[in-house]
Design a binder for this molecule. Structure first.
Ligand SMILES: *[C@@H]1O[C@H](CO)[C@@H](O)[C@H](O)[C@H]1NC(C)=O
Ligand SMILES: *[C@@H]1O[C@H](CO)[C@@H](O)[C@H](O)[C@H]1NC(C)=O
Ligand SMILES: *[C@@H]1O[C@H](CO)[C@@H](O)[C@H](O)[C@H]1NC(C)=O
Ligand SMILES: *[C@@H]1O[C@H](CO)[C@@H](O)[C@H](O)[C@H]1NC(C)=O
Ligand SMILES: *[C@@H]1O[C@H](CO)[C@@H](O)[C@H](O)[C@H]1NC(C)=O
Length: 468
């Protein structure tokens, strides 16, 4: 039996003929009691292949082509529904949330602002159930299989995540449309911490960060999924089982840096203020990191960060840096999240390193993280003034985001560069022009200030402009 993952027209035609010959046996199959067998999927594939032949030339990937596979539990739903609800777009995003048991009466009637819920198939029915290291996790993995069986009409990508994963769906569409969904792709990211990756695998797409599987890959995977779970029954982490199963299918992880597992503790503002130059795709682990914004609770900060995200996701957390030479200040905006003012001229090469405000899950001797960091500093030449996202307004030719000071810096001014204190600045307005969203590059900016308000204007960088 060949792997059902070919998409060449000639093979499709061949299968159509095969399908026609086998048409009576297909109906026999459908009438029979349900069994997971290769030939069952083989016939399904023949039918799907026929459908695809009739379709006109394929259109650009849009949100309707993404199928979300979210796994949660009614026990945690009350706390976590805010996260899911904040990114889910009713009647637009497609997918389900899989629960281990039926939700209790107090969670019903089910709100149409949530993804529809499904109760996972009982893994106790699996022949190899007694062998499983962590049966509750097997349920997570099989949600992909169950989703595939439920619906696949027009699906190009299956995107999996937890109920405490926040997705930025417009950016997901932009990133995934770079890849051919008719080929086998496994797209995700590993952890921020070296130890997590060493333990679980540098080639693993971490499940909470979320990862995307192309339709062609899922089509091949589901045939062998249960078999593979049995083979790796001794491993407890399902995302690790996934990476091993896909490796054995001949498919390795493609890294996209915009997914974030967030295997971190504490204040992640340092990381979010120097985000990598890649579209923000997801954030995870809201229970272990502090609220994203000072003075706000977790659900409140998730709603708050979605305000700019709902206007322009392609700019979310993208860092732009500019200088006020006259007073030796550097401004750095992480769009939609924060602005830093430094009382010294710093180059981009330095400011793109996150300030280490956070701690890793697994402590140990450095290096701990998968990226370079800057230390939190009490040196007035080194420590920024912090401003956080406050509000967003649309204007005719662009968007204005405003950032305000949430706490005083409580330091003297930087004497090395002239003792000019930025303490009087209370808020910063950032103008961003309307520009095509896809393939956004690093943007440059100009900055000026008057009284207690500074204004930054984002623009394309000049061809040989140096940000320093
Ligand atoms: C998405 O693409 C499909 C074609 O595959 C098209 O029918 C649909 O209108 C598109 N949706 C949007 C929102 O553009
Ligand atoms: C979703 O669509 C259904 C029927 O098409 C409609 O009744 C419902 O109001 C829509 N829900 C939202 C939140 O737009
Ligand atoms: C400011 O710093 C001084 C000395 O470092 C400290 O005693 C004081 O409590 C700080 N004030 C605030 C508001 O943080
Ligand atoms: C800016 O800093 C430099 C030292 O790096 C100093 O020589 C210069 O006087 C400063 N400019 C102002 C306006 O203070
Ligand atoms: C900044 O102020 C300190 C003391 O307030 C002074 O010693 C230093 O010379 C000043 N630096 C500059 C560059 O003016």
């Amino acid at each position: 039996m060949s792997s059902p993952s070919y998409h060449t027209n000639s093979l499709c035609k061949y299968l159509v003929i095969l399908g026609a010959v086998a048409v009576s046996s297909i109906f026999v199959f459908f009438n029979q009691t349900y069994t997971i067998s290769e030939s069952f999927y083989g016939n399904i594939f023949t039918i799907k292949c026929q459908k695809r032949l009739l379709q006109p030339k394929e259109t650009a990937t849009n949100l309707s082509h993404l199928m979300f596979v979210v796994v949660g539990s009614p026990r945690t739903w009350k706390k976590r529904r805010n996260y899911v609800e904040s990114w889910w777009r009713p009647n637009v995003t497609r997918g389900n949330i899989f629960f281990d048991v039926e939700p209790s009466k107090e969670l019903l009637p089910w709100s149409p602002t949530f993804p529809p819920f499904r109760v996972s198939e009982n893994v106790k029915k699996l022949r190899f159930y007694p062998k499983l290291r962590k049966p509750s996790h097997t349920r997570f993995y099989r949600a992909i299989l169950e989703t595939y069986r439920l619906m696949d009409e027009g699906v190009r990508w299956y995107v999996t995540g937890d109920d405490d994963s926040l997705f930025f769906v417009d950016n997901l569409v932009d990133v995934l449309s770079k890849y051919d969904h008719t080929r086998q792709h496994y797209i995700g990211t590993n952890s921020e911490t070296i130890k997590s990756n060493a333990y679980f695998g540098f080639n693993m797409g971490f499940g909470g960060a979320g990862y995307a599987l192309s339709y062609a890959l899922v089509e091949a995977l589901v045939v062998k999924l249960d078999e593979c779970v049995e083979k790796y029954h001794f491993i407890w982490a399902v995302d690790m089982i996934q990476s091993l199963c896909l490796a054995d299918l001949g498919v390795d992880l493609t890294l996209e840096k915009g997914f974030h597992q967030m295997d971190l503790f504490g204040d992640i503002s340092g990381l979010l203020s120097s985000h990598t130059t890649a579209p923000l795709l997801s954030l995870h682990h809201f229970a272990t990191v502090s609220p994203l914004f000072p003075g706000m609770d977790r659900p409140g900060s998730v709603l708050h960060i979605m305000k700019p995200a709902n206007v322009d996701q392609s700019r979310m957390l993208q860092q732009s840096i500019c200088h006020v030479r006259a007073c030796n200040w550097t401004f750095s905006v992480s769009w939609g999240y924060s602005v830093h003012i430094y009382e010294k001229i710093f180059p981009r090469s330095y400011l793109k390193l996150p300030i280490e405000t956070f701690r890793p899950w697994y402590r140990g001797r450095p290096p701990v993280f998968m990226f370079n960091t800057r230390p939190v500093s009490r040196d007035p030449c080194e420590a920024p003034h912090w401003f956080f996202f406050d509000s967003i307004e649309k204007e005719n030719d662009g968007v204005v985001t405003s950032y305000t000071r949430k706490f005083i810096r409580n330091m003297t001014s930087c004497s090395f560069s002239g003792n000019i204190s930025a303490d009087p600045i209370a808020s910063i307005r950032v103008f961003s022009p309307k520009t095509p969203r896809q393939g956004r590059k690093v943007e440059c900016c100009d900055v000026e200030y008057e009284g207690d308000v500074a204004t930054m204007r984002l623009r394309d960088c000049r061809r040989d402009e140096i940000i320093a």
